[in-house]
Design a protein around this ligand. Structure first.
Ligand code: G3P
Ligand code: CA
Length: 242
């Protein structure tokens, strides 16, 4: 089985994570199989793509995403923290990401993480699903979340969705969701999986976030389903070698 390479928050190694330039650069890698993005909800219920629930780490302003409207958020510099050359980068709306994928004729897999693990966003699942149903993408879409209630809600709203549970380590509840078919894969913390590769061989797991050569080699050797990484080039190089 060929392990799929997942670009974590875009080309995070070389560009400010979860920005249009980071996605564009990730899509430039021929070896890329999956693009991962994180979604939150603004004050005016717009889906935006950013990792943290606060804007402090990846912009030059402060506060929670839900305290800003989309228009307000999009005036903020989301690139200088990474390097001054990216000062023009903004927090993208989901809309902008979908437009980019259409422009780039994306035909691989989009992995959307619903960021409801630290914060509650009423109806984020409904908004997201509605928008993706309207989009009717030509690429595959997988939804993932640390919040099992979000996954259960998505499953209730549309039982045919492909859902993955993000976990630090698999719990009984998560295994039950896997066995009953609610989720198709369990995506564990890379610190947990390393000692368990023997019985995980060829499994439906996508460990995150695998950035060292040693850990990457182990994932490819075990032929796990996917590898979530910040270093697309290294993963592509090692996958060829193994
Ligand atoms: O795709 C898995 C990974 O994104 C989960 O962790 O914190 O980077 O969203 P985090
Ligand atoms: Ca994520």
């Amino acid at each position: 089985m060929r392990t799929q390479i997942v670009a974590h928050r875009g080309d995070r190694k070389n560009a400010p994570e979860n920005t249009l330039i980071a996605y564009n650069q990730a899509l430039d890698f021929e070896e890329l199989d999956v693009l991962e993005i994180d979604v939150h909800l603004t004050k005016d219920n717009q889906l935006v793509v950013i990792h943290d629930e606060k804007i402090d780490r990846t912009t030059n302003k402060h506060g929670y995403v839900y305290e800003y409207t989309l228009a307000q958020l999009q005036t903020i510099d989301a690139g200088s923290w990474f390097s001054p050359q990216y000062a023009d980068q903004r927090i993208p709306s989901l809309e902008e990401v979908l437009t980019l994928l259409r422009k780039r004729n994306f035909d691989k897999t989009l992995l959307i993480e619903v960021k409801t693990d630290h914060i509650e966003y009423p109806k984020i699942e409904e908004y997201l699903l509605k928008r993706m149903q309207e989009e009717k993408p030509r690429y595959q879409v997988i939804y993932q979340s640390f919040n099992l209630n979000t996954l259960l809600k998505l499953h209730r709203l549309e039982p045919t969705l492909t859902l993955n549970a993000l976990v630090f380590y698999p719990t009984f509840k998560v295994l039950k969701m896997y066995r009953s078919g609610v989720i198709t894969a369990i995506n564990p913390d890379n610190r947990w999986f390393v000692n368990r590769l023997f019985w995980l061989k060829k499994s439906n797991v996508a460990p995150w976030t695998v950035n060292t050569e040693m850990a990457m080699r182990a994932v490819f050797k075990a032929q796990l389903n996917r590898i979530i990484t910040d270093d697309i080039a290294l993963a592509a190089k090692l996958r060829k070698e193994i």
